[in-house]
Design a protein around this ligand. Structure first.
Ligand code: AGP
Length: 609
């Protein structure tokens, strides 16, 4: 959601900003803009649409030339996507870009209007720009003072990149909630919403904490707190290389990330297995600590919540501990019955999802212990959780999550095995057997990826559908939720996932020959029951695609296509069955010609509630 880049150095600033913004495109946006110091004056170029539209506009209106500036991709919150509402926004001598939401902007706007200040856009961001200028005019020549005074007035979540007309060789930045990093190069400095935007130039960066202000010049970066006291911070080194944020020959990031899943699983689980047993001690999790919890809540959004659903089934089955799965935006407002003795697991790829972060803070307030399963290093959720397991998927660029889901469920398996052993609900022998099987999963996924043709063929059958149903029982139902979300978010075909046994209580009335059904049946003890449910939809005309263990040849009254999965442990089948579902969604979107990596209206990291 919204991307910020800023630069000061000797390079062509416009080039650095546009390159950085292109790396942040995945976050989702509907307009873009830059502001660059050109001959000591601030020159702004902005446009509704994609970066390509901005490039086109600059071709006709001229490309700003300079060595310091700020850039932005905007995901509209206040005011429609338009040239006028695009960032950067100016207020007198101040120009800013902003990520987040200013909750009290109306009150601040009224105050500024009462001072005779006029506005050109509908955004909350322009209010901040004008407020900054208002304070700057009171203490001209002291930008940090104006920034501090402004921050004291702002409510909400935000990260800002700022330039002052009086300081043409400097960029200022600050954050509260919304993430921002400060990159450090040789005689150059950067700001960015995440490190992928600057990897091409440097891997050294500072992680800006809430209420910190960065002052960047060519030679140095200074960081201050709200009392204008200098802060010394640890310089971090990104362990991702540039290729991690590039397509490397794949048509889309999503396809690349689907193919990265075997490696992602291996990298995530290997350091957490010692002598054949799960070992989460490096994450602060001992078997005794785990076993002491009376109840578990998993709280997350979207795909991460679906990973929690798989977790629920396996933890309850293996460890006999009750698990509630909650959508974070519901959990935080429904006065949840959570407290001491409860473990609240927050799952998040970005670690910055506003609802998940708020839910975690609430859980802590209520006395529960929190465990975060997070992919983005140093993110807010990772920093604030009591216990932390990083998933090592590397950067996930496609908006539609694939490899992050895969490693989230891999971690849920490790947790379930460890907890079940600690509780004594499985023997050491069984724990070792399951852990060994989990280690075989990457190889199984890799072999599945070699047989993509069938998913391409299935996808070509789906492109004319207006609506689809995913059905399954138990773990297959949990998994089908993710399959359905993948399809709708990138192909724009409506779909729902349904517990197969629940269909005849209403939803079966929707079934016609125009509503294909993807049925997942990998759980052998439920197989016959799912097949009966499939026959019910088939009898009503639905085209059925069945995903199940190899070796089953469906009769004509069961399925039109069958995608065979390797004969593997039922409990671990979600890690295999999700692969064809991801590929079916991917190829359907490709056949339909949608913007696979940046689907309409979506943002990668949802930092507003
Ligand atoms: C999945 O494809 C989506 N991008 C979305 O549902 C995502 O999983 C959700 O917004 C949660 O994000 P997080 O993992 O970064 O918290």
């Amino acid at each position: 959601m919204c991307g910020i880049v800023g630069y000061v150095g000797n390079r062509d600033c416009t080039e650095v900003l546009m390159e950085g913004l292109s790396r942040l495109e995945y976050r989702g946006y509907d307009s873009a803009g830059i502001a660059v110091f050109e001959d000591q004056a601030i020159r702004v170029a902005k446009s509704k649409g994609r970066l390509a539209d901005l490039q086109e506009k600059m071709k006709t209106e001229g490309v700003p030339k300079g060595h310091a500036g700020i850039g932005h991709t905007r995901w509209a919150t206040h005011g429609e996507p338009s040239d006028r509402n695009s960032h950067p926004h100016g207020g007198g001598s101040v120009t800013i870009v902003h990520n987040g939401i200013i909750e009290n902007y109306k009150r601040l706007k009224e105050f500024l209007l009462s001072k005779g200040i006029r506005f050109e856009s509908d955004t909350d961001t322009e209010v901040v720009a004008q407020l900054l200028d208002y304070y700057y005019q009171k203490t001209p020549g002291n930008p940090v003072d104006a920034i501090i005074r402004t921050m004291q007035q702002l409510e909400g979540s935000y990260a800002l990149g700022i330039i002052f007309a009086d300081f043409p060789d400097m960029v200022f930045a600050l954050r509260k909630e919304s993430p921002l990093i400060v990159g450090v190069g040789e005689n150059e400095s950067f700001i960015a919403s995440d490190v992928t935007a600057i990897l091409r130039y440097t891997r050294k960066y500072f992680l800006l904490e809430p209420d910190e202000i960065a002052v960047l010049s060519r030679r140095e970066t200074k960081i201050y707190d709200l009392h204008y006291r200098r802060i010394e911070k640890e310089l971090k080194t990104a362990d991702w290389d540039v290729s991690a944020a590039e397509k490397c020959g794949y048509e889309h990031f999503m396809l690349k990330e689907i193919h990265e899943q075997p490696t992602a699983v291996r990298t995530t689980i290997t350091p957490r297995i010692t002598e054949g047993m799960p070992d989460l001690t490096e994450c602060g999790i001992t078997p005794e600590r785990l076993a002491a919890f009376r109840r578990i809540h998993v709280v997350a959004c979207g795909t991460a919540m679906h990973a929690g659903m798989v977790g629920k089934y396996i933890i309850e089955k293996l460890a006999h501990v009750p698990v509630n799965v909650d959508i974070a935006s519901e959990f935080r407002y429904r006065e949840p019955l959570v407290g001491k003795g409860d473990l609240v697991i927050i799952i998040s790829q970005s670690g910055e999802t506003a609802d998940s972060l708020a839910a975690m803070r609430l859980a802590k307030e209520l006395g529960a212990e929190t465990l975060a399963i997070v992919n983005a290093k140093g993110s807010s959720i990772a920093r604030e959780a009591d216990m932390l397991i990083y998933t090592h998927a590397g950067p996930e660029i496609a908006v539609a999550s694939t490899k992050a889901y895969m490693v989230q469920i891999a971690v849920m398996y490790l947790l379930a095995f460890e907890l079940a052993f600690a509780k004594g609900t499985i023997t050491e022998e069984e724990c070792r057997r399951l852990t060994a099987l989990l280690q075989e999963v990457p190889e199984q996924i890799a072999s599945l990826l070699e047989h993509k043709e069938m998913t391409q063929m299935i996808a070509s059958e789906l492109i004319t559908a207006d609506s689809l149903l995913y059905i399954g029982r138990g773990l297959d139902y949990a998994l089908s939720m993710e399959g359905s979300l993948k399809l709708k978010e990138i192909s724009y075909i409506h779909s729902e996932s349904y517990a197969a046994g629940e269909l005849k209580h209403g939803t079966i009335s929707l079934i016609t020959e125009n509503m294909p059904v993807i049925a997942v049946a990998t759980q052998r003890h439920l197989f016959d029951k799912t097949i009966s449910n499939i026959k019910e939809v088939k009898a009503r005309g639905a085209k059925v695609i069945l995903v199940c263990h190899e070796g089953y040849t469906p009769e004509k009254d069961v399925a039109d296509f069958c995608f065979p999965l390797p004969d593997f442990e039922d409990l671990l089948m979600p890690m295999l069955a999700v692969v064809p579902l991801q590929l079916i969604a991917y190829y359907t979107a490709v056949h339909k010609g949608t913007d696979v990596d940046k689907p309409r209206n979506l943002a990668k990291s949802v930092t507003v509630e």
